[in-house]
Write a protein that binds this ligand. Structure first.
Ligand SMILES: [Fe+2]
Ligand SMILES: [Fe+2]
Length: 272
């Protein structure tokens, strides 16, 4: 089995569905009169729906060259939706869409996810995936901010009368903001900070918080699904942020496995 094919398909299967849903959420947040923006969002929905379907049709024994071309094509789509999201962010920040319901931070957030997807496809095609010690820090910096943002979105989209849940969401937001700062500190101390014990502690600590946020999102998703709480959270958005937490956990588990597989002196610096 070709690792390049497996990795490419895994990334595209996960992120194309995410991009498709972003198009749906953005479309719902535009005002009724923003027909052009709505139809542009619909167009992206169809594009990523198609990419998602094709990514499931390819098998793991697909020709790596075919997958390379597919990655290139998907990269163009990811770049285009990124540009669309940044354009929309500009309109909102210039108060040109008054009354729309897409938070600026949400639009920025979904553009960062598109950029992440695009970069990953670049790295796969050019064979320049980061070495493990850098990947551990950079993936955590990216995903901790994503998790901190989710907690903020949930807190703001719950009905204000759901005081307990709003408080819990704020606690998660603070927790993840702190973890983000810790990650930035570890990053600034590179490469000296990239020892096996420090990196495994970093991964372990983040994993504990991500697990509890993941469980909170799962509970919220189920409560929304059963209409047991008051909110303006779209049920699909609740599931979407849950899946992104699962993705982060999956990545943390990979890192944990790779770190425990390193048969070097535990104090040895990974970077020479
Ligand atoms: Fe997302
Ligand atoms: Fe997200």
């Amino acid at each position: 089995m070709d690792a390049f094919v497996a990795r490419s398909l895994d990334e595209i299967r996960f992120w194309s569905r995410i991009m498709k849903e972003h198009a749906l959420f953005l479309g719902l947040g535009f005002r009724a009169e923003d027909t052009q923006l709505k139809s542009e969002a619909n167009r992206f929905y169809t594009i990523f729906e198609n990419i998602e379907r094709r990514s499931h049709e390819y098998q793991l024994d697909a020709d790596p060259n075919t997958i390379k071309d597919f990655n290139t094509e998907v990269r163009v789509a990811a770049t285009n939706i990124w540009a669309f999201k940044r354009m929309v962010l500009g309109l909102i920040l210039q108060c040109k869409l008054p009354g729309g319901t897409n938070f600026p931070l949400l639009v920025d957030h979904v553009s960062r996810e598109a950029n992440y997807f695009r970069n990953r496809l670049d790295e796969l095609n050019s064979g320049t995936l980061e070495p493990l010690p850098d990947a551990i820090i950079d993936e955590n910096i990216f995903f901790l901010k994503i998790m901190a943002d989710h907690a903020k979105f949930i807190g703001h989209l719950l009905d204000p009368s759901e005081r307990k849940l709003v408080d819990q969401a704020r606690e998660f937001s603070n927790d993840f903001d702190t973890l983000m700062f810790q990650a930035a500190d570890l990053s600034s101390m590179r490469p000296q900070s990239q020892t096996v014990p420090l990196l495994s502690q970093f991964v372990d600590e983040n994993r504990v918080s991500v697990k509890s946020l993941r469980d909170f999102k799962k509970t919220a998703r189920d409560l929304i699904e059963e209409c047991r709480i008051k909110s303006i959270i779209h049920p699909l958005l609740a599931d979407h942020v849950f899946r992104e937490a699962e993705r982060f956990l999956y990545i943390l588990d990979m890192f944990d496995q790779s770190l425990s597989g390193i048969k070097v002196n535990k104090r040895e610096i990974l970077h020479s």
